[in-house]
Design a protein around this ligand. Sequence first.
Ligand code: NAP
Length: 287
Amino acid sequence: MKPILVTGATGTTGAEVVRQLAARGVPVRALVRDPAKAGALAALPGVTLVQADLAKPETLAAALDGVERAYLVTSPDPAQVALHSAFFKAAKAAGVKHIVRHSGLGADVNSPISLGRWHGESERELEASGIAWTHLQPHLFMQFFHNHAASIRDQGVFYAPLADAAVSMVDVRDIAAAAVVALTEPGHEGQRYAITGPAAVSFAEAAATLSAALGKPVQYVAVTPDQAREAMLGGGMPEWLATDLANMFGFFATGQAAFVSPAVEHLTGKPGHSFADFVRDNLVAFR
Ligand SMILES: NC(=O)c1ccc[n+]([C@@H]2O[C@H](COP(=O)([O-])OP(=O)(O)OC[C@H]3O[C@@H](n4cnc5c(N)ncnc54)[C@H](OP(=O)(O)O)[C@@H]3O)[C@@H](O)[C@H]2O)c1
């Protein structure tokens, strides 16, 4: 079997895709910029590392040699459209037949959120490339709560600009499980899948779930998008990203981010992890 190329293999989602493909016995070529960051991935059965960088297109031909299917994910980055464009061109030249691309819920060339617009532009370019495509459009990751682990652990509190709205967050393990099906089973070409969790959860409910699991009170404090933006800037986040995330949460806070998609269960045969599952399996991070 030809290896499946996985980009972003040192990142949250890509690493999980590599682990789940390896667990199924599928050969994986994990594209990394820095092999030293790949940790235990290289030791998994059937996984080989290849060093390349989407910002250095000359490194991509060797990485893609002999590859027919690829998973494409990179960091939030103003250069994303150019990076993904370079990947599509190299993939086309290498004869890649199918790209499963990690996008974002609400991806649209007219999105007021930069990340949504860039994902929309990359989706369109992939669709026009002549390579078969599948768009996975994940909602907010449950793993977002790791950003709040220190304040939950030390002060029993987390701050976010979600008001009292609910959001159908998804566990990264379910994004990866959906990706594995789209990469290894037929019939997913030309499909876009909204990838959400199995239920919409308010952050007051999330706090109650954390409190019960930790055996101590955890409080959610609603802040305004502007307050959240200032805090993110204070933490060193680039201005464009702090503004985008504040705007995104401002939209979530209107209650329009609670839609539950059937895609995870449709693809994997399982409903996906609940927020309580996520907390249980990551408890050590919040303790
Ligand atoms: N977080 C959310 O709630 C959420 C929700 C929906 C959609 N998304 C989307 O999810 C994506 C991020 O996923 P993630 O959190 O799994 O990623 P991540 O943890 O930020 O990891 C990004 C990966 O991309 C690699 N990468 C970055 N630039 C690269 C380049 N030029 N060449 C090769 N590799 C490169 C990074 O490598 P290094 O280790 O070398 O940096 C890393 O492995 C974004 O597109 C975001 O818009 C996120």
